[in-house]
Design a protein around this ligand. Structure first.
Ligand SMILES: O=C(CO)[C@H](O)[C@H](O)COP(=O)(O)O
Ligand SMILES: [Co+2]
Length: 220
């Protein structure tokens, strides 16, 4: 499968939302990645349900929602109503992860689990078969524009092995510090979906940046 690209709206210019949405719609982006931060799970506050709801009719790509909030179970049906297609919850934010994943699927969304850089992949052993996607954070969550953590390559390899052993169909997504320097290497290591915020929206030509992040082929 050719890898997918999900630009992260976090790095967009919020004062020019119409032109930023045009970029997403006219580009080769596959999904739009939306980072929801509550100032509790992560030390930052981003945007929430009303923003997703107002963007939804204007964006032609699926909404890949990355919830960085405590106790995400409280908002699963609200994110469905706001237009989420895929809901990612953090392993570290869920006391009853299996129940949370079932609730996401019962709402008709794809279910993803996100791991912080310090959280080992083997902790997903008993849930991997239920997942549509695993998001590996390659920076500590909370902010865009941070430096990629190289240990992510080892985690991609661990996750590939876990997925193969379990027969799971989960996609491997990588988020944080992804740019044109490491994208090809990440896909060759096994990443199926790349998230890129600064590398897209801070580029002089975001549509061209998206093209560059899409147009290479995995060598594995
Ligand atoms: O989840 C995130 C931060 O918590 C963002 O998706 C991520 O940081 C993307 O931004 P960049 O590509 O600039 O690193
Ligand atoms: Co994210």
């Amino acid at each position: 499968m050719k890898h997918l690209l999900a630009p992260s709206l976090l790095a967009a210019d919020f004062s020019k939302m119409e032109s930023q949405i045009k970029i997403i719609n006219q580009s080769e982006a596959d999904w739009l990645h939306l980072d929801i931060m509550d100032g509790m799970f992560v030390p930052n506050i981003s945007f929430g349900l009303p923003v997703l709801k107002s963007l939804r009719p204007h964006v032609k790509k699926p909404f890949d929602v990355h919830l960085m909030i405590v106790d995400p179970d409280r908002y699963i049906s609200d994110f469905k109503k706001a237009g989420a297609d895929l809901l990612n919850v953090h392993y570290e934010a869920c006391n009853h992860l299996h129940r949370t994943i079932q609730a996401i699927k019962n709402e008709g969304m794809k279910a993803g689990v996100t791991l912080n850089p310090h959280t080992p992949v083997f902790l997903l052993q008993e849930i991997i078969a239920e997942l549509d996607l695993v998001l590996l954070m390659s920076v500590n969550p909370g902010f865009g524009g941070q430096q990629f953590i190289p240990n992510t390559f080892k985690k991609i390899s661990d996750l590939k092995n876990l997925i193969a052993k379990s027969g799971s169909t989960a996609l491997i997504q990588v988020d944080g510090g992804v740019d044109t320097h490491n994208a090809e290497q990440l896909v060759n290591a096994g990443a199926d979906v790349l998230v890129a915020g600064s590398a897209v929206f801070n580029a002089p030509d975001p549509i061209e940046a998206i093209r560059k992040l899409k147009n290479f082929s995995a060598k594995v």
